[in-house]
Design a protein around this ligand. Sequence first.
Ligand code: DGL
Length: 252
Amino acid sequence: MNTEGAIGIFDSGIGGFTVLKEIIKVLPNENYIYYSDSKNNPYGDKSDKQINALCENIVNLLIEQKCKIIVIACNTASAKSVQYLRKKYTHIPFIAIEPAYKMVYDYAYDESTLVMATKGTIESEKFNLLYHMYNNHKTILFPCVGLADLIEEGNSSKIKIYLKQYLEPYKGKIRNVVLGCTHYPLIQHEIEETLGQVHFFNGAPYLATHLKNVLQEKNLVNHQQKKGTIQFIDSSNDKQKKNRFFEILKEI
Ligand code: DGL
């Protein structure tokens, strides 16, 4: 059993940090390789075929690095490619994030709900199955075109303008917000400032527990007694991205 192998985790950029942070809380002694595909982001408006090809490259690299399991920390990549990847790479398990819409069904079914996600996620077959299965008939699906790019850029004034323009019309009308893109938890505070008090739903803590269970079931837990390592790879080889990654990890 490859218990020493790292957990591979990837996103189109820095969004997956919000998932990694939850995973480290429950699996602090694992080693991680985080792959940020900032050369090719955003993923939100790419076709299924393009995303499959990008994911394939990343998965090949993570397998070369002897990862024992792969976490898709990007809702768009999960929605479009997880089935394809599971079929193609049968020897490695995949854990995939998805918008926490079932949690709304479980905990706050009667409340008005805004699902924020990329266009790609909202239009995907996988998300539509989830949506129709748990539809509370008080839900607005909101494709936040361009928002992940602004978060990636770290441009706070543009983010404020974006939220004011597109989200302010919902102020006071929404009780639940599903953070259906892994970049959005990074601006949770700004979203709340725009919408007023809301209840956020984020799939990352649930994914972290699920990952831990899968590692245990498959006897893949790393039993080392010290804190694990985190290796960061960015496809654009951008030094600033690397610094930002470790800064954000400290903050979140
Ligand atoms: N973070 C990704 C997600 O969860 C997408 C961002 C992008 O469009 O690249 O959907």
